[in-house]
Design a protein. Structure first.
Length: 185
């Protein structure tokens, strides 16, 4: 992100010059500068997140939903939980027909296998193949692990502040989204 974007694109004054949404006089110049810097840093982090997602999809040769499915399967396996096609469909918010197509695609690409449910031979469980697990660990896993270092360098109080900011921001954004676009937007 360029210096110009850091200073201007996300500044409160540049985005709300008439103070229609945010009372500029409610923030002193130092507070305004901090808010602007945090907004810019948040946007830069989101941009990096999008780059990571796109690079991971390219590396794994998978689409966004396929990547979410693999991630969910890996996490569930790491927790010792089995995943059925219906639980995957529920997690992804897609139909069972779409889930069948997704699973067929992942089986064909060599990422997963369907195995019979040992307690109910009429149903299936989904397992990630070892090669995909290793590829995910070496790429997406290492990138995700990079998040821990900066958090460990913060004090307990600072981590609490970051957590509170993230939770409150999400809640405020969810509320704004609902107010503007309606429930379920």
């Amino acid at each position: 992100m360029s210096d110009y974007q850091d200073r201007h694109e996300f500044s409160v004054r540049a985005n709300d010059p008439q103070a229609e949404l945010i009372a500029h006089d409610a923030l002193d110049p130092e507070e305004m500068a901090q808010v602007d810097a945090i907004m810019a840093a948040s946007a830069a982090l989101q941009q990096t997140e999008r780059r990571i997602a796109a690079a991971s999809q390219r590396y794994m040769a998978l689409g966004r939903t396929d990547m979410h499915a693999i991630h969910f399967l890996l996490v569930q396996e790491n927790l010792g939980l089995e995943v059925s096609p219906s639980s995957l469909a529920h997690h992804l918010g897609i139909t069972t027909a779409s889930t069948t197509k997704l699973l067929d695609r992942l089986v064909k690409a060599g990422h997963i296998e369907r195995v019979p449910n040992p307690t109910d031979r009429r149903s299936w469980r989904i397992k990630v193949l070892p090669e995909t697990r290793l590829a995910a660990l070496r790429t997406v896993g290492q990138i995700q692990a990079a998040r821990v270092g900066p958090l460990r360098r913060l004090s307990e109080g600072e981590r609490g502040t970051v957590l509170r900011y993230l939770r409150q921001t999400r809640q405020a954004l969810e509320q704004a989204l609902e107010e503007i676009l309606g429930p379920g937007a």
